[in-house]
Design a binder for this molecule. Structure first.
Ligand code: NAD
Length: 375
């Protein structure tokens, strides 16, 4: 039975079926980062995930971990790796310096030797060779390895993906996707600029929504905007831009998809720190009666400027939902002994688009990210 006719229409879920998942793996956090306290922990606590240990090289971060009630804290992460109750290394060491990246590689090596699964914060690496090296280390040792691309589990993105299935709207034909911001990292191309920090989330979600791999990437950078034209093997084409302007007044994250039998228009409001437009998903099948307009799913939302970390709820906050879904799906992939949705090898294809985009901007030509050759 088609889910498309209006009388049979039902909303798919905006999150993974966590109630059916095995979620009691022991988590050891390496790098007690700002993002750990802001988003990993509120999400994990809400979902009752089991954080059994944390490690950081800085004593003041260890003090915070103790105050946060983490039962076992270590200055040397190798002690954390010796614990039998740590199944997953949740690595939030930054990617900001060469030392950070070298530390990440060493952590993957040591975790692999200890037989632990690793969830690495994005971007996996700031250079292609190191990213590939990490993936190979994990594969050679047979450990599960995934990248924390939690935007895929943002309720609006997850819900939209469910519509792009054969029994609903079918394959996407055109996707428009934009991140418009004035807060967060400055517009810059280095490891702490918005281009590296945020594009990788958008690119990874665009790839997922496309249902294929990118075959052509054309990017231009200018006026605080990084603009992409993308073509995918699934047939989808995409226009995506990242615009960061301190003079702006509000962050917006609108996207629209036109698929074979219907369209979605939405806003994912991924980063909830302040002044973001609310999450929204509106859908319309093309053959619905002409009197029926867009049908909206009012994803639960917090008031603008409310501090969502005071009382986070899964469905109240895009990024908290993102972190719950990401770790939940990773745990379930361990349980089912299958690669996680955002596994390291898959993530190389997201990084490929990012690097191809920058090469394209430099050469002013489209690039095929599968070969990194100019088109
Ligand atoms: N997925 C997301 O939505 C998201 C959001 C924000 C940040 N991030 C990513 O998370 C990472 C951390 O970002 P942050 O701004 O919170 O960083 P941060 O600088 O606050 O934290 C990094 C921590 O790692 C520790 N560290 C460094 N080397 C270590 C080692 N060898 N062993 C143990 N600890 C070590 C540092 O002392 C520091 O406390 C970045 O890569 C960033 O891109 C992801």
């Amino acid at each position: 039975m088609s889910n498309l006719s209006l009388e049979n229409f039902s909303w798919p879920s905006y999150r993974p079926p966590l109630e059916t998942y095995k979620l009691d793996y022991g988590i050891g956090i390496v790098g007690y980062a700002g993002i750990v306290r802001a988003q990993h922990l509120p999400a994990y606590r809400l979902a009752n995930y089991r954080v059994v240990a944390a490690a950081d090289v800085r004593p003041e971060r260890l003090e915070l971990a103790k105050l946060d009630g983490i039962p076992n804290v270590y200055a040397d992460y190798r002690e954390l790796l010796q614990r039998d109750d740590v199944d997953i290394v949740d690595c939030a060491v930054g990617h900001f310096t060469a030392e950070d990246i070298a530390a990440r590689v060493q952590i993957v090596k040591d975790a692999a030797k200890a037989g632990k699964a690793v969830l690495m914060q994005k971007p996996m690496s700031t250079d292609w060779n190191t990213a590939e090296e990490m993936v190979k280390i994990a594969e050679d040792h047979g450990i599960p390895f995934a990248v924390n691309q939690n935007l895929r589990f943002d309720p609006a993105i997850y819900l939209t993906k469910q519509f792009l299935s054969p029994e609903r709207f079918g394959r996407p034909g055109f996707l428009q996707f934009a991140n418009i911001s004035f807060e967060g990292p400055k517009f810059a191309f280095g490891p702490d600029g918005v281009v590296m920090a945020w594009q990788i989330h958008a690119i990874d979600s665009i790839r997922w929504l496309s249902g294929g791999e990118a075959s052509s990437v054309y990017c231009t950078n200018g006026n605080n905007a990084s603009m992409y034209h993308l073509q995918f093997t699934s047939g989808m084409v995409c226009n995506y831009f990242e615009y960061h302007n301190a003079d702006n007044f509000r962050n917006e994250t609108p996207f629209r998809v036109w698929a074979e039998r219907g369209a979605v228009r939405a806003n994912h409001r991924w980063n909830p720190s302040s002044r973001w437009q609310r999450d929204l998903v509106e859908v319309r099948a093309y053959d619905w009666p002409k009197e029926i307009g867009w049908v909206s799913y009012n994803l639960p939302d917090e008031l603008t400027n409310q501090d969502v970390f005071v009382k986070p709820r899964y469905d109240m906050c895009a990024s908290i939902g993102g972190f719950i879904g990401m770790m939940g799906e990773f745990m379930q992939s361990l349980h089912e002994k299958r690669p996680a949705l955002t596994n390291g090898r898959d993530n190389l294809n997201s990084l490929r688009i990012y690097f191809a985009g920058q090469l394209s901007a430099e050469k002013k030509r489209p690039v095929d990210p599968r070969t990194m050759e100019l088109l």
